[in-house]
Design a protein around this ligand. Structure first.
Ligand SMILES: Nc1ncnc2c1ncn2[C@@H]1O[C@H](COP(=O)(O)OP(=O)(O)O)[C@@H](O)[C@H]1O
Ligand SMILES: [Mg+2]
Length: 259
């Protein structure tokens, strides 16, 4: 029986590993594509500039400047993709500890207060004061809330209100981030959690914000729901269990004694 159990576990491990490699391969392909576009623009602009300068007289400072500005913005886009990808990769293996969700919400707002005020965004809080603690990774929850707040402030171009709510609804602790911005049509709402889906490409959007949020919520054994319609703002509801589920990086007792 022990022999069979070991074989079974080995087979399961292999399947898990194959799945991991498949999704890694997919991610690598998408990232390669995302970085390749701005990078080939950089090469094209740089070569154009070289050719113009070699010809000497035929180049005007305005043309050169335009080329250099394009190089700078395309390279900055590569940089943004890489730094968000790092945030994406850093998500694994969190530090889980009991925490007060309201404190994390306050901290996220505090860190973005300046940016929010500048964008004319008023933050309203409707937070239940006697919430039970949850076991979670404070940094990750904070990162998720900041991504939602940043999105809301970007959507509220003319200013507006973001309402943060927390409450306890057994077995969940719920955090809601709602804005009174433009909202989204259904075909956008369906895709917002996809990696690299963005409607803000021209403003430097990379499309990883909400997929990172999704990953964080999932790793806590929670759920995320989006309620929206054009002209009706966006309302993201994040539900967290009081304890995260057993994670695969937690060794099973049997495995531990084998070592
Ligand atoms: N609060 C919001 N209001 C309206 N649209 C939003 C909001 N949050 C996200 N979106 C839409 O979802 C898309 C994906 O968001 P995200 O994953 O954070 O990527 P990015 O911000 O880089 O575009 C955005 O491009 C935008 O179209
Ligand atoms: Mg975003």
């Amino acid at each position: 029986v022990e022999e069979k159990t070991r074989e079974l576990r080995q087979a399961q491990d292999q399947i898990l590993q194959a799945e991991k490699m498949a999704s890694l391969g997919k991610l690598a392909a998408v990232v390669a594509h995302e970085i390749n576009n701005p990078l080939s623009s950089v090469v094209t602009y740089a070569r154009t500039l070289v050719r113009r300068l070699q010809k000497g007289r035929s180049t005007t400072p305005e043309q050169d400047l335009q080329c250099l500005e394009s190089i700078a913005s395309e390279a900055a886009r590569c940089g943004a993709i890489v730094s968000q990808l790092l945030a994406f990769a850093r998500q694994r293996g969190g530090r889980f500890a009991p925490l007060r969700i309201n404190d994390v919400v306050q901290k996220a707002v505090f860190l973005l207060q300046h940016k929010l005020t500048l964008s004319g965004v008023r933050v309203e809080r409707e937070m239940q004061s006697d919430l039970p603690e949850i076991v979670a990774d404070a940094d990750q929850i904070q990162q998720a809330l900041m991504a939602l707040l940043i999105n809301a402030s970007q959507a509220l171009e003319e200013g507006g209100v973001v309402t943060l709510r927390t409450w306890h609804e057994e077995p969940w602790i719920v955090i809601q981030v709602a804005d009174d911005g433009p909202g989204m049509p259904a075909e956008v709402a369906e895709r917002v959690f996809e990696p690299f889906f963005t409607t803000r490409e021209d403003e430097g959007g990379v499309g990883l914000g909400l997929s990172v949020v999704y990953g964080i919520v999932e790793r806590h054994g929670g759920t995320i729901a989006l309620q929206t319609a054009p002209g009706e703002g966006c309302c993201f509801s994040l539900r967290f269990p009081r304890q995260p589920p057993c994670r695969e990086d937690t060794p099973l007792p049997a495995e531990e004694s084998e070592r």
